[in-house]
Design a protein around this ligand. Sequence first.
Ligand SMILES: *[C@@H]1O[C@H](CO)[C@@H](O)[C@H](O)[C@H]1NC(C)=O
Length: 393
Amino acid sequence: MQLLPHLALVSLVSLVAAQDLGVPLSWRKFSNTRPIAERITIAQNAINQMTPQLNAATGEFNGIGYWQSGNVWSVLANQDHLAGTTTNKALVVNNLNLVFSRWAHYDQFGFNDDAMWWAQAALYGYRAYADTNLLAHAVDVWTHVTGYVITPAQASARKNPNKAFTLESTCGGATMAGGVFWQTSTSDQSVNSITTGLYITLSAFLAEYTKNATYTAAAIQSANWIKAHNINANDLVLDTVNAFDCSTSPASWLFTYNSGKYIEGLSVLAAVTGDTQWSTLAINILNAAVKTTAWEGADGIITEGVSTTSNNDGVGFKAIFIRGIHEAWTRNPSNTALRTLIHSYGDVQYNALLDLAATGSTYSSNWHGPPQAFTSWGQLAALDVLTSNIDTN
Ligand SMILES: *[C@@H]1O[C@H](CO)[C@@H](O)[C@H](O)[C@H]1NC(C)=O
């Protein structure tokens, strides 16, 4: 009878380890044979259709929001990073400096996620061009947003100095420490996954670039917040927890970018710490997220953020997801099954854009098509797929 608990434990462990990273055979066209030079050209041509929409006075793009504009700069920097070019360098550096000079901490509207989308762009710019001003912008935003991260002491005292209400110390039995407030307003109570996921990613990249353990500790503390509070039973990242009363966003609020940004942050954190619990968690979420019916059908093509006649926030989410799983691809070079899965999923989106949604080098936000005239938001959504496929194809 002594054996039973032992056996039960063994089978539980093997269940967890036996993650099936297989590619669903129902996916539409999960490979393609375009050579790398062609993939670089396809992605840069799409960028070249976006840049005429730049408003030179603001550093933002016509037709999309502030956070989405920050993400255009991200993909321009990543294009140069992956292609080994400097084609976009002057535009990226000059405009990230311009916007930083216009809005303290990149905070135009009192949203910490907005500030960090731009700080993230600055970090990708630093990665691509080694421009230390861009690194300094990211550190400035990190320091600013850190005032909105619930510390263990604040969770115990039930008080954050930037908030005018009493916090819950714990929600669902887990400490609220590590959660990051979405907005800077003293009354807003939301702690959400995208703001916390951005903070994890920023912290992990800063830890990698500066070797300063303060950033590593911050990334771990916030990674633990999402892990404890905001992952559903199907391994998808949920949206919001209210720090005043522990109420949550509806279970149906499932958005690609919440999982995508967390996957990105965990992938970098795993590399920085060497702690495989973070890569294992990232891989579990990734495997669920590329197969869920929440945002794709049996063909694998993402259906979230289809908006052909007007912009909305949701159009920009899938770009963040694709960028996040690209980081997982980069950080797990010897995990062949994972890399095949990311490659295949990326090619499904790539082939859909090129076969079904393209008008020349411009793309509809509906990746099933039909093609339509250029929109800034459709183009934004496509850019990360085209650039990521330089690597993952
Ligand atoms: C590490 O980073 C923190 C946060 O930005 C900063 O306060 C501290 O001075 C840094 N430490 C060193 C040795 O640079």
